[in-house]
Design a protein around this ligand. Structure first.
Ligand SMILES: Cc1cc2nc3c(=O)[nH]c(=O)nc-3n(C[C@H](O)[C@H](O)[C@H](O)COP(=O)(O)O)c2cc1C
Ligand SMILES: CCCCCCC(=O)C(=O)O
Length: 354
């Protein structure tokens, strides 16, 4: 099958991955309610297209934190790409670069942040999990030296959630046996965190608080973005702590189960934070029309998680590039059909809640 959309890549990737890896990539937490809600929430938004608009000069270019990109689409941080392809994140970032997008490199990447940086000239941000302040300080220094342009601190993971697919597959043992370095390109995990460890020691810090943002600022002049915010209350605190950006996210339905979908949370967050920092969104984006809805509700750009892993599995860097270009083309066609030739012309009046 020649894949023509993101769903085709999903089907092909499943045939190529061992069950424990597929389930780790694909799964959510507990009953996977958040995972499903992320998709159904998009379907509940209806578009209100305008007609007889000159759309002959359609243009998807935009910028994030003053860096120009060809599309308002970035690669979300996802761990352990060597389980999808032997070139891991180096292939992923090459694909992102070739498409004119950019990548947020996971703290738990298979390759080191320096190796990944060498594979790309384009936009790269470093996603940080703080296990200890000492380790975090070193990771931030390395990210600066390797030319990363922002630090994305993930704040929705004080522990790794209960992921029952991973437990049933004994994913921790499988990974350690067949892909021993898959999660440790950068950080050496000094904690007991394991993908199927029922004790699940504090993964990324039970002790992180808003003071941690002030601490980070004393160690870097790079812009700080918080990933994993779902409420106006926390967005207001983020603004008070002068972050450069917020990623509205429920971690792709992989952390607290039963949350609101990011697309449902977006309007209240935009209302309090859009004047002060950039707002991005991820979770469940599979079509250009999903991206159009997120932009209409105030996102500056969206992040794509699992579909990138499917592209990487099926065709390495070419697959990543193709996934991004499919979404770019779908977004362009949706914008033209909705009467929006450029990103600036996309507005909230496009959306009707059902
Ligand atoms: C396999 C996998 C690994 C992930 N690893 C990380 C990670 O290391 N750091 C992080 O902040 N988010 C991680 N995420 C969450 C993604 O950044 C993103 O929030 C989510 O995948 C978006 O949803 P989507 O997959 O529906 O696009 C991971 C997601 C998946 C599916
Ligand atoms: C023991 C390594 C855990 C890596 C966690 C990566 C992640 O955020 C995920 O959702 O999975």
């Amino acid at each position: 099958m020649q894949p023509i959309n993101v769903h085709d890549y999903e089907v092909l990737a499943q045939t190529q991955l061992a069950r424990p890896i597929w389930d780790y990539y694909q799964g959510g937490s507990e009953d996977e309610i958040s995972l499903r809600t992320n998709r159904t929430a998009f379907a509940q938004l209806r578009l209100r297209p305008r007609v007889l608009v000159d759309v002959s000069n359609s243009n998807l270019k935009t910028s994030v934190l003053n860096t120009e990109i060809d599309m308002p689409i970035l690669v979300a941080p996802t761990a352990a790409h060597s389980m999808a392809h032997s070139d891991g994140e180096c292939a992923t970032i090459r694909g992102a670069d070739a498409a004119g997008s950019g990548m947020i490199v996971s703290n738990d990447a298979s390759f080191s942040m320096e190796e990944i940086a060498r594979a790309s000239q384009g936009l790269r941000w470093y996603q940080l999990y703080i296990h200890t302040l000492n380790e975090a300080q070193q990771l931030i220094k390395r990210a600066e030296a390797a030319g990363y342009q922002a630090i994305v601190l993930t704040v929705d993971t004080p522990l790794l959630s209960n992921r029952e697919r991973d437990k049933r597959n004994a994913m921790g043992n499988f990974q350690k046996k067949y892909y021993p370095g898959a999660f440790s390109g950068n950080a050496r995990h000094t904690i007991n965190g394991s993908l199927d460890n029922s004790e699940r020691a504090a993964y990324a810090g039970h002790t992180l608080t808003w003071d941690t943002i002030a601490w980070m600022r004393t160690h870097t002049s790079l812009p700080i973005i918080l990933k994993g915010i779902l409420t106006a209350e926390d967005a207001t605190l983020a603004v008070q702590h002068q972050v450069a950006g917020i990623v509205v996210s429920n971690h792709g339905g992989r952390q607290l189960d039963g949350t609101i979908a990011p697309i449902e949370a977006l309007p209240e967050i935009v209302a309090v934070a859009a004047q002060h920092c950039e707002i991005y969104l991820d979770g469940g984006i599979r079509r250009g029309t999903d991206i159009l809805k997120a932009l209409a509700l105030g996102a500056q750009a969206v992040l794509i998680g699992r579909p990138i892993l499917w592209g990487l599995t099926v065709q390495g860097s070419e697959g990543v590039r193709h996934i991004l270009e499919i979404l770019q083309k779908e977004l362009q066609s949706a914008m033209i059909l909705a009467g929006c030739p450029s990103i600036k012309q996309i507005s909230r009046s496009l959306i009707q809640w059902t």
